[in-house]
Design a protein around this ligand. Sequence first.
Ligand SMILES: NC(=O)C1=CN([C@@H]2O[C@H](COP(=O)(O)OP(=O)(O)OC[C@H]3O[C@@H](n4cnc5c(N)ncnc54)[C@H](OP(=O)(O)O)[C@@H]3O)[C@@H](O)[C@H]2O)C=CC1
Ligand SMILES: CC(=O)N[C@@H](CCC(=O)OP(=O)(O)O)C(=O)O
Length: 315
Amino acid sequence: MAKIPTVFIDGEAGTTGLQIRERLAILPDIAVRSIDPSRRKDPTARLALMAEVDLVVLCLPDDAAKESTAMAASLGADAPRLVDASTAHRVDPDWVYGLPELTPDQPARIAAAMRVSNPGCYPTGAILLLRPMIEAGLLPADHPISVNAVSGFSGGGNAMIAAYESRTAPDFELYGLTLEHKHVLELQQYSGLTRRPIFVPSVGDFRQGMIDSIPLHLDTLPGKPKPADIEALLAARYAGSDYVRVVPGTAKLEPQALNNTNLLELRVHGSEARGQAILTARYDNLGKGASGAAVQNIGLMLGIAVETRLPAAAE
Ligand SMILES: NC(=O)C1=CN([C@@H]2O[C@H](COP(=O)(O)OP(=O)(O)OC[C@H]3O[C@@H](n4cnc5c(N)ncnc54)[C@H](OP(=O)(O)O)[C@@H]3O)[C@@H](O)[C@H]2O)C=CC1
Ligand SMILES: CC(=O)N[C@@H](CCC(=O)OP(=O)(O)O)C(=O)O
């Protein structure tokens, strides 16, 4: 009988790690190996477990993720394959970017990779909106783009969750206003933008859920496309995708509808009369924005069918 692949989640007790654990726990074709909780930060214990498994998922702060990567590399030919959920390696050319919907050949690149960097929550939706438009020539790569986004507070990990639960955080706030948010480079690089976008993230008093929105003045684009042209382009690009859906624009949008799934909805809310549109991506910051995406990548890397939603959620 073939050996069932083994996975160690380094950072299993964190927000992202826990949700990966819950998703993997119901899969019969993967065995999760857990570390003794009292030794979860002990390098010796982590290295010993790394040496025993096929794949390690890093759900750690950036510095710890880099340390774990070096530990894994020290195992030489016995090094496990890695999926890194942190920001540490997303624009590193030695890692494959773990967004299977990026290009038609990305799933095969992920499947063959030793090291996969899981995308950032905010860039995921914006890249999926912008990249097909740039590739099709509908949006010039140097067009001035702004991405506005809102996240549930779980996006800030255990520390932010504690602040919201103890009512010491504001109900809503903009941040990233120094224009140096850690996701901008990743967003720019994988969208194909040559001009640095303006990124305005915000966080509100709800646990999970995310919306990216991108306003466009259509008369400034080549050929002055109509909202329906953009919608048709996106619909053709993601036809047949398991998780990315192009759905009709709406007058209002709330961020939590896809929570606990790996789904992501793209919309073009447009006014042909005004020559304006707002592109949106709605998803779960911990689903397609983190843990669901990681499980999707693990499935590709191990060549097995996976369930990417939390056990109780409908997809
Ligand atoms: N939350 C989200 O929506 C998303 C998060 N990410 C990324 O995933 C990573 C984890 O984030 P998140 O789950 O939110 O963070 P959390 O703070 O919730 O969890 C991080 C976990 O890592 C543990 N940890 C810290 N240092 C070490 C170490 N040296 N060795 C072993 N374990 C350690 C922490 O333990 P302790 O608390 O005791 O320090 C904690 O359990 C981050 O890089 C984050 O940027 C990516 C996408 C989305
Ligand atoms: C609300 C909140 O604080 N969100 C986090 C991003 C969450 C995230 O997932 O970032 P990574 O994917 O890069 O780890 C932030 O803006 O820094």
